[in-house]
Design a protein around this ligand. Structure first.
Ligand code: SF4
Length: 353
């Protein structure tokens, strides 16, 4: 497990690395200068389960806004910086809990040093981020194209440059929209990097393709014990990213808590609106984060109870009448219209684990 051996890094009131739980990040897509809209989006993300938020800081106004935003939110905020080292310095002075830079586009070594010195002065970590889209020309020439090896070399070059400046409060990320290249790059980097890794598939796409690419990429990487924070990048409302990230972590057994909803795929035996019911149950389940149970939603009363055996509780729909099931045993017949309210009542009264 690589993640157990990385340095522990503190971001605001959270700790990552060294075997700490894997945290979920997202990024706002409001104008950071718009404090009200950004705070509203961060509150929505917090409610969904976001652990760390990142906002872009492209202007001095955005850096000042970051300070205002920070006062109104409850999770650490990371300033995302591109090109202008002065924005990194302004963001740090305005209270950023971490800075994300690609030293390759910050400019001269002196400019990188200015950012590093400021981060040291304020005692905050830096994430060194390398993306396949911005890999240096000389590395692309060396390997003939963008490769996993090149991404790793670029990331380690930057890490070593910052280490030589006497700074090691670091998090590293290497991202590619090519899922298998991204996986390979993490496999190569993890044994060489003592710092926590932030993992994500960049430019993964819309909610549909982004979820599939992220689940595959993050799944393959996290399952090897690599990765300390994650982001599912989706072209859409960032709140969707959180549910996906939680589902990925839960599926891999890397995060406990919350209800797992399983539902049958429906077949010719289905005689209720199971798709609608399953969606309603999923919404209902989101409000019971303190429970760590499996809920089954099955489409028929014949096979449903048997197929729901592994669930703690389930409902199975029939013609006009459905069943309430616990551990595969039918405990009650319920009018079809009451299935959801009955399940809600059961969850409300479910003993805390
Ligand atoms: S539980 Fe019933 S409706 Fe659902 S797939 Fe199985 S047999 Fe079909």
């Amino acid at each position: 497990m690589y993640r157990e051996h990385t340095r522990v890094i503190t971001i605001g009131d959270r700790k990552i690395g060294g075997g700490n739980p894997i945290l979920i990040q997202s990024m706002t897509n409001t104008k950071t200068e718009d404090v009200e809209a950004t705070v509203k989006q961060i509150h929505d993300l917090e409610a969904a389960g976001c652990d760390i938020i990142r906002s872009t800081v492209p202007t001095p106004e955005a850096a000042r806004a970051l300070g205002e935003i920070k006062k109104q939110i409850h999770i650490p905020i990371v300033a995302d910086i591109h090109f202008d080292y002065r924005m990194a310095i302004a963001a740090i002075e305005n209270g950023a809990d971490k800075i994300r830079i690609n030293p390759g586009n910050i400019g001269s070594r002196d400019r990188v040093r200015a950012v590093v010195d400021k981060a040291g002065e304020y005692n905050i970590p830096i994430r060194v981020g390398v993306n396949s889209g911005s890999l240096e020309k000389d590395i692309i020439e060396k390997y003939g194209r963008v490769t996993a090896e090149g991404l790793v070399e670029s990331a380690l070059d930057k890490v070593h440059m910052i280490e030589e400046m006497g700074f090691n409060d670091l998090v590293v990320s290497i991202k590619s929209s090519d899922v298998l290249m991204c996986v390979k790059a993490h496999e190569l980097l993890a044994p060489l990097c003592p710092y926590p890794l932030h993992v994500g598939i960049t430019e993964a796409g819309t909610v549909f393709s982004g979820n599939i690419k992220s689940a595959l990429g993050l799944g393959l990487i996290l399952h090897q014990g690599i990765g300390d924070t994650i982001r599912v990048s989706l072209t859409g409302d960032p709140v969707n990213e959180i549910a996906s990230a939680r589902q990925i972590l839960r599926t891999l057994g890397l995060r406990k808590g919350g209800i797992e909803v399983v539902s049958c795929p429906t077949c010719g035996r289905t005689s209720i609106d199971l798709i609608g019911l399953a969606n309603e149950v999923e919404k209902l389940a989101a409000g019971f984060d303190h429970l760590n149970i499996k809920v089954a939603v099955m489409g028929c009363v014949v096979n449903g109870p048997g197929e729901a055996k592994e669930a703690d509780i389930g409902i199975a729909g029939g013609k006009g009448v459905g069943l309430l099931i616990k551990h595969g045993e039918v405990v009650k017949k319920v009018p079809e219209a009451d299935l959801l309210p009955v399940l809600r009542e059961e969850l409300i009264n479910w003993p805390d684990q």
